[in-house]
Design a protein around this ligand. Structure first.
Ligand SMILES: [Mg+2]
Length: 207
């Protein structure tokens, strides 16, 4: 028989609780990337007028056009990411629901801001045990995805799972489920769970 006498208090595992895995996107859902980009841009180009961003084509709203993507590269990227604010209520909602759901962060990030993104997640103490930086969100196990990018939502829905859109000016063409806040998202999936006979997908992933 194995001896456990060499173990310390730090080696004790907490009781494992199986929770529904919910996949949560970062930018446009938890982190206000566009707001931070606008603040930094305004500081650098105070004389420029930025149009209201209502599509993902950022070059259409910033007077420097396609050079906006260059603007997001090292130099200003650090400031944009580090100083990005959480979207109102998002962190509070994640903390409020973290005991009910396994919160998995799934975010697509260019390589140059990957480390900054991990730092941002740490700085804001996101209640997650898992962070995936990937362009292949459908490869990650999880019953539900909350995202603001309709391509991601469509791919996830096509994989037979529940895709929920976080309402933003740039995703108004999404015809599926939509919520205004992260808290509303959790309330909605809770409703789905209580209505399991109609939602075999979630039911199967829960058992
Ligand atoms: Mg996003």
């Amino acid at each position: 028989m194995k001896s456990y006498s060499q173990r310390s208090k730090l080696d004790q595992k907490p009781i494992f609780e199986k929770k529904l895995r919910v996949l949560i996107d970062l930018d446009g859902v938890v982190r206000d990337f566009v707001g931070s980009l606008i603040r930094v841009y305004n500081r650098v180009h105070p004389e420029h007028d930025i149009q209201a961003v209502n599509s993902r084509r950022l070059e259409d709203f910033f007077p420097i056009g396609p050079a906006i993507y260059k603007f997001m590269e090292p130099g200003f990227a650090e400031e944009i990411i580090e100083n990005a604010l959480p979207l109102p209520g998002a962190l509070e909602a994640l903390r409020q629901w973290k005991n009910e759901y396994e919160i998995v962060i799934v975010t697509s990030q260019p390589e140059n801001i990957r480390a900054l993104t991990y730092s941002w997640i740490g700085k804001h103490d996101l209640p997650t045990n898992e962070v995936h930086i990937t362009f292949q969100k459908t490869a990650i196990a999880g019953a539900v995805l909350l995202d603001d990018f309709t391509d991601n939502l469509q791919e996830f829905a096509d994989s037979g799972r529940l895709a929920i859109c976080l309402d933003q000016p740039w995703n108004q063409d999404w015809a599926g489920l939509r919520v205004k806040t992260v808290d509303e998202f959790f309330q909605l999936i809770q409703k789905y769970q209580f209505n399991q006979e109609k939602n075999e997908n979630i039911k199967q992933q829960l058992t």
